[in-house]
Design a protein. Structure first.
Ligand code: SAM
Length: 328
């Protein structure tokens, strides 16, 4: 019986954070400080968790962090993951990265069995990019990473851009041009209250409606039908060249179709980005649980998955961890 929560949602999508270290300090995510808070586990432990979860119906695994490419051994880990076989289809193995180290790793990752990559990039202007990431000279490296991923056949190639008012809302049209020129899907993400500096306010969110209105000034868009559990609303330009997506968890929540759970770098299960508690799967392993006992534990956790988030509501309680320590 595949994993389900008490609202009848099937859980098929797993995100594993393999480190909570990051080499970028993006203004919408981190403080300017270095360092991991929670640390990480040997790859063998993540692999065992993934194996048990694939046995419970997980068909997609996304590696994230922190910055997952900071972790030595990531290519071998992907190779081991690719040996896991869900019942019905090959395992879809994706990666979310800031792209800084991708240029040299794209081909080895593809050869090891990585299916897809999403690169986070929040400006198409080098100076603005440096202001947002608080890292000088990253822009050219990330662009090289995106191009290497395309050459390696990591497809579809998505570029995620978090829009934060006052930092990069003027990048909407330049990103439309970028999507057309580079042949990538650019996805704009509404800023969520998951940042370390607690600067979020409703007014800092650049909403789906605003993004669409701004992009329409550049070129007409046509909506593309999307799958129920897909997070992004998808649009192509009317002339057929270029695609954009908008992930709008704040203005148009999609919790009713959520199919995701997460494992943090220290081996805790989180059933929602906005969970106020997590569930220590790694502690079960340390205490000698069998695979069957781990599966029972996972089922007992997933059944309690939160119905929805409460962003912007008076009863909103901030998540117990920020994005970099959850794994986005
Ligand atoms: N380091 C990798 C990267 O940059 O893609 C993976 C981890 S990062 C936390 C995962 C994703 O979360 C990125 O696309 C990032 O832009 C997004 N993100 C981080 N903080 C966010 C926030 N407060 N609201 C919305 N998205 C956020």
């Amino acid at each position: 019986m595949p994993l389900h929560d008490k609202f009848g949602r099937a859980i098929t999508d797993l995100r594993i954070s393999i480190t909570d270290r990051c080499n970028y300090k993006c203004v919408y995510c981190r403080t300017g400080n270095e360092g991991a808070l929670y640390g990480d586990l040997p790859f063998a432990d993540y692999l065992r968790m993934a194996r048990v979860l694939v046995g419970l119906g997980i068909t997609k695994v996304r590696l994230t962090g922190g910055e997952p490419l900071l972790r030595g051994g990531v290519v071998d880990f992907v190779r081991e993951l690719a040996k896991l076989q869900p019942a019905s289809e090959p395992l879809d193995i994706a990666l979310t990265t800031n792209g800084h180290l991708l240029a040299d790793l794209a081909k080895p990752l593809k050869d090891a069995g990585l299916t897809r990559v999403t690169v986070s990039m929040d400006a198409v202007d080098p100076d603005r990019f440096a202001r947002i990431t608080r890292v000088p000279n990253g822009y050219d490296q990330v662009l090289a990473g995106i191009r290497a991923a395309r050459r390696a056949g990591l497809w579809p190639l998505k570029v995620n851009c978090v829009l934060m008012r006052g930092f990069n809302e003027d990048q909407i049209i330049p990103f439309g041009m970028f999507a057309r020129e580079e042949g990538v899907t650019v996805r704009f993400i509404e800023f969520m209250p998951l940042e370390e500096e607690r600067t979020w306010a409703p007014s800092t969110v650049v909403t789906l409606d605003e993004i669409l209105a701004r992009m329409a000034e550049y070129r007409p868009l046509v909506e593309i039908p999307h799958g129920r559990s897909e997070t992004a609303r998808r649009y192509r330009f009317e002339d057929g060249v270029g695609e954009i997506g908008i992930i709008a968890p704040v203005s148009h929540p999609f919790c009713g179709h959520c199919s995701r759970i997460r494992i943090t770098s220290d081996g805790k299960i989180r059933t929602c980005l906005f969970s106020v508690w997590d569930h220590d799967l790694h502690a079960q392993m340390r205490q000698g649980a069998t695979d069957q006992e781990l599966a029972d534990f996972i089922r007992s956790v997933v059944i309690k998955k939160e119905e929805r988030h409460h962003i912007g509501e008076p009863d909103f309680v901030p998540a117990s961890r920020t994005m970099v320590h959850i794994g986005g």
